[in-house]
Design a protein around this ligand. Structure first.
Ligand SMILES: [Ca+2]
Ligand SMILES: [Ca+2]
Length: 108
C-alpha cells in the first residue's frame, strides 16, 4: 500500500513544501493540507499503518522523527522539538507513543 493510494500526490507535495525549513512543521496544517480530516476512519487506519513502520500498533518517537519520509524519501527528518510537540499532541494516554486505539490523527 502506497500512501498515494489514499492521499493525493499533489496535496502531499504542497504539504511538504510548506515545512521544508527546520522547525516549520506543524502537524495541524500538515494534516489539513493532505486532506486527512475528510478521510474515512478506515483510510486513516491505513495511513496510520504506513506511518507505523515496524507495525507494532504504535507510532513511536523514532517513527515520528522520520514522519515526513513516509510522504517523500527526499523529505527532511523532523527536529527533536518538532517530534516532541507532535508526540505530546498525539499521545493522549501519556505512554510516550501514539496508539491507533487512542486519539486518531483526525482529531489532532
Ligand atoms: Ca511502531
Ligand atoms: Ca499513547
Amino acid at each position: 500500500m502506497a500512501i498515494t493510494d489514499i492521499l493525493s500526490a499533489k496535496d502531499i507535495e504542497s504539504a511538504l513544501s510548506s515545512c521544508q525549513a527546520d522547525g516549520s512543521f506543524n502537524y495541524k496544517s500538515f494534516f489539513s493540507t493532505i486532506g486527512l480530516p475528510s478521510k474515512t476512519p478506515d483510510q486513516i487506519k491505513k495511513v496510520f499503518a504506513i506511518l507505523d513502520q515496524d507495525n507494532n500498533g504504535f507510532i513511536e518517537e523514532e517513527e515520528l522523527h522520520l514522519f515526513l519520509k513516509n510522504f517523500s524519501s527526499t523529505a527532511r527528518a523532523l527536529t527533536p522539538a518538532e517530534v516532541k510537540d507532535f508526540l505530546t499532541a498525539g499521545d493522549s494516554d501519556g505512554d510516550g507513543k501514539i496508539g491507533v486505539e487512542g486519539k486518531t490523527f483526525r482529531h489532532l
